[in-house]
Ligand binder design. Structure first.
Ligand code: SF4
Ligand code: SF4
Length: 478
């Protein structure tokens, strides 16, 4: 993205290493200066809203069912109070594709807005864990001093207090994450019962807590820089019209300290105070152009705006802007790529809507009992079937089965019981189907069964019926 020929002719060293790893490959700990400003205030508001929703989510019920449950262990999924089964995999696949196309489209237009404003990693890191750190240890210089000073009472109590709070919050996050996986009631049982009664769940909670604590106490920005696949995709997703946190090099360069009584030496607005670098939680210098490490947190915008106000220049030397809008002064949003992605997204949403509207509450399958052929009872030929009924709803469902084709076929329920499928349940029944030999047309003919609910045919199920070969018409063909 960055056009080095235009404004970075003097220092290209930043391309050789990343800011958080030194030349020997050792981690460089980032001590970002405490951010403040109009964007930071807005981010606090958005964070409070999103984190409240995240923590409240497991307790929100729609019609008595969770807002979101992704129980991959028991293959039970509830979205907006609607149950989804592994049989709905195709819907899940389309939803995921829509999600990815939406992310691509969103990124092409607005860059990494998601990372700075909505991603749980950034929200927790910058708005929870980092805030606690500033509160207990102070701003960046105080943190640096505390980390390098020998162990004394101050260091001991500050580190103990900080890490105790970090662990407590990690416990809270792990329980919330678990509640989205197994449900808030199941988490409640793990918490209130002795660990040996729910050992797997207990180990899961401890492991989650450890992962979250390690991530937010130690790993931090490395999750965005080295692990997050979305971050690594920026190089291919961003275009020159994407709106990102950008430094206006046209206005800012040539940079340099303000010198008294000099009106000719420097013309750019950047006074090279490096405050934008000092506040950056990923340790980069945004003046080098758009970089993979930038999570669009806007801390550098606020820092630079403050500087501009102090030196009497307009705000926005660093701002949300596209490369082309800075270079040419024109911001374009509708580009051929945006039109193309929008078209694909609309088409996929159409397919998903159609599939959801036509999704049935019941799935019925009829399969011949393995290893059986047919039985003869005088003129009647009989086949044995396993029928499986899946109820995808939270209510009990009563069904009837009727033969649709051939008309001469008769259906016999082996155990004589009604078809009553429990809520979210599976019911198995064994049926005989009898067909007079004279009505059998092929050795392997197709039969159709109607599934009836409250007098309406809700599905037609197909199955194969095996008859005597010598009678079948395909035998005649031989
Ligand atoms: S904060 Fe603004 S003025 Fe200071 S170095 Fe960064 S871009 Fe230049
Ligand atoms: S460059 Fe600016 S927006 Fe990007 S991560 Fe650093 S401070 Fe945040």
């Amino acid at each position: 993205m960055a056009d080095s020929q235009e404004f970075y002719t003097y220092d290209e060293q930043f391309r050789d290493t990343i800011a958080t790893v030194d030349a020997k490959g050792k981690r460089v700990w980032v001590y970002p200066k405490k951010p403040s400003g109009r964007y930071h205030a807005r981010r606090i508001g958005v964070s409070i809203l999103l984190l409240s929703l995240l923590f409240a989510g497991p307790f929100i019920k729609i019609g008595g069912e969770p807002l979101l449950l992704l129980n991959v262990f028991e293959r039970r999924f509830v979205i907006m109070g609607h149950p989804f089964w592994p049989q709905d995999f195709i819907l899940l696949a389309i939803t995921l594709i829509i999600f990815f196309v939406f992310i691509i489209l969103f990124t092409v237009v607005f860059g990494r807005l998601w990372c700075g404003w909505m991603c749980p990693q950034t929200l927790f890191m910058e708005m929870v864990f980092r805030k606690i750190e500033y509160w207990i240890e102070g701003d960046a210089p105080a943190q640096r001093r505390l980390n390098t000073q020998p162990v004394n009472w101050e260091k001991l109590w500050k580190k103990t207090a900080k890490h105790t709070l970090f662990i407590l919050i990690s416990i809270l996050i792990s329980h919330t994450a678990m509640a989205y996986l197994i449900g808030v009631e199941a988490v409640g049982k793990i918490v209130t019962e002795p660990p040996d009664e729910n050992m797997a769940g207990f180990i899961g909670l401890v492991a989650f807590t450890g992962i979250f604590y390690f991530n937010f106490a130690k790993f931090r920005e490395q999750a965005c820089i080295a692990v997050c696949p979305y971050g690594r995709l920026q190089g291919v997703l961003l275009i020159k019209e994407s709106i990102v946190v950008a430094y206006d090099w046209v206005r800012g360069e040539p940079r340099g300290k303000i010198k008294k009584n000099s009106s000719t030496e420097k013309t750019g607005d950047c006074i090279d105070c490096k405050l934008c670098v000092h506040v950056c939680p990923t340790g980069i210098d945004i003046r080098h152009g758009t970089q993979l490490e930038c999570v669009n947190c806007t801390a550098c915008i606020d820092a630079c705006d403050d500087v501009m106000v102090k030196i009497g220049k307009p705000k926005g030397l660093i701002r949300f802007a596209s490369y082309n809008s800075i270079k040419e002064g024109v911001q374009k949003i509708i580009t051929p790529r945006v039109i193309g992605y929008s078209f694909v997204l609309m088409a996929l949403i159409g397919v998903l809507s159609f599939s959801l509207i036509n999704r049935s509450d019941v799935k019925v399958t009829a399969l011949k009992v393995p290893g059986t052929l047919y039985q003869r009872n005088g003129e009647l030929i009989t086949n044995l079937y396993n029928l499986e009924f899946i109820n995808k709803t939270f209510k009990e469902i009563k069904l009837e089965l009727q033969v649709a084709e051939p008309a001469a076929a008769r259906l016999k329920n082996v155990d004589g019981k009604d078809i009553v499928i429990p809520a979210e349940g599976l019911l198995k029944r064994v049926y005989f189907i009898e067909i007079p030999e004279s009505a059998i047309t092929t050795a392997k003919m197709e039969i159709k069964l109607n599934v009836v609910q409250d007098g309406d045919i809700i599905q037609t199920v197909k199955a194969k019926f095996i008859g005597p070969v010598h009678h079948a018409s395909d035998a005649k063909k031989k």
